[in-house]
Design a protein around this ligand. Structure first.
Ligand code: EPS
Length: 386
């Protein structure tokens, strides 16, 4: 299962096309809209989120609530478009009073994108480089999530830290033990109420200082069968596929699995997860590996942590160079978020969902749900008898 997206941040709409969708999968537009609303939420979001109320319109590949096996196309309208019809028109000439963006923001795609595409208006770049595009990813991932849910896999995320404020956890393995409702009802997607409050205060301080804040979050997937992915070819390793998927999210600068970088400081005996016999199968004494061994799922929860840098748009801007005059100047101040770590966590769920859905299809077939379910049950039966 793969997706592509199109659409500018202030264009009429965002579009996503999902390919390799099996037939017979139940799809709920309400569930997709719920995920879109989760992506919009979080303390620290900016003015744009008060304008948008993202809704996915399914325009192909689904009939009477079930997939047909053809590509699924989804459209998310930009409500803000009405304020940009002249500045973002697909045809005609630029309006006489058009203000070009000529003061690129350090940390955003503005300057490098302008160099790459030979434009004199950074808006040509920032319209697509904007994280607004991730709304289309979340809409598309609704299909992958429904597919995984039918196979018993659930994905959730939570925020661990914002700036220098972090919730306390004994180990990343705790990740699989939180009550999802505690996360969904936190304004920071953080299961720890005291940490939520401290994160909000850090965001208030950053807003007053014209600053922005990054942070870290974890994505957890439960209900996975062991053996998805492969050790046999570099590109088949799920560790690499998940890493690439998470690094495709704007502002993600680090990805760790399980103990992550901490594992590099510990002796092997404190890192690897002892194998136990449990009933008719196997279990582990710990999950430091974060649910992956040899590039494959181990059958334990997948626990992956990502680090997001602070958003580059600063209300107290850094210095830049005016591309027209070549004089030093302050970087432009687009309306923006102070902190979007909770939103990035929801986008990361979407990226993880696509990688896992593809791994299930590779192992158990991709044409129709009835075959995939039967193949999966057969595999589970073989594992029970192993
Ligand atoms: C975003 C929409 C954007 C920003 C944000 C993410 O809307 P606008 O550009 O109209 O303010 O709020 O984008 C960025 C922070 C960025 O650096 O590009 C969204 O829908 O998530």
């Amino acid at each position: 299962m793969r997706y592509v997206t199109a659409g500018e941040s202030h264009g009429p709409e965002l579009v996503a096309i999902v390919e390799d969708v099996p037939a017979g999968l139940k799809v709920s537009a309400e569930q997709i809209d719920y995920d879109l609303s989760r992506r919009q939420s979080g303390y620290g979001r900016g003015g744009r989120m008060t304008i948008e109320r993202d809704h996915a319109r399914i325009v192909s590949g689904v009939r009477f609530g079930r997939t047909l096996g053809s590509p699924v196309a989804l459209v998310v309208e930009n409500r803000d478009w009405v304020n940009w019809t002249e500045r973002m028109a697909a045809d005609g000439q630029p309006p006489a009073d058009l203000k070009r963006e000529v003061t690129p923001r350090p940390g955003h795609a503005d300057l490098v994108g302008a160099l790459r595409t030979n434009t004199d208006d950074c808006r040509d770049i920032l319209e697509r480089a904007s994280a607004r595009e991730t709304a289309a990813r979340v809409a598309a991932a609704g299909i992958a999530r429904e597919f995984l849910a039918e196979l018993g896999v659930e994905i959730y995320s939570y925020v661990v830290s914002v700036g220098d404020v972090a919730m306390k956890e004994a180990s990343p393995a705790d990740a699989a033990s939180y009550n999802p409702m505690a996360i969904e009802t936190s304004e920071m997607r953080c299961p720890d109420a005291a940490a939520t409050e401290a994160m909000k205060q850090a965001i208030n301080r950053a807003r007053r200082a014209g600053e922005s804040l990054g942070g870290t979050f974890r994505v957890v997937a439960t209900g996975l069968v062991p053996g998805l992915g492969t050790y046999a070819q570099a590109k088949g390793r799920l560790t690499g596929q998940l890493g690439a998927a998470l690094f495709s999210i704007p502002a993600i600068k680090g990805v760790e699995f399980g103990l992550g970088f901490e594992a590099a400081q510990l002796p092997g005996s404190q890192v690897h997860d002892p194998i136990l016999l449990a009933g008719a199968g196997f279990d582990r004494a710990s999950n430091n590996a974060g649910g992956l061994e040899g590039g494959m799922t181990s059958g334990l929860p997948l626990v992956v942590t990502a680090a997001m840098k602070p958003i580059p748009t600063l209300m107290t801007p850094l210095s830049t160079v005016n591309l027209e005059t070549l004089a030093p100047e302050e970087a432009s101040k687009e309306r923006s978020d102070v902190c979007a770590v909770p939103a990035a966590a929801v986008v990361a769920e979407a990226e993880v969902a696509f990688v896992l859905a593809s791994a299930y299809q590779e192992a158990f077939g991709g044409t129709c749900m009835a075959d995939i379910r039967r193949n999966l049950e057969q595999y589970k039966g073989r594992l029970r008898a192993f």
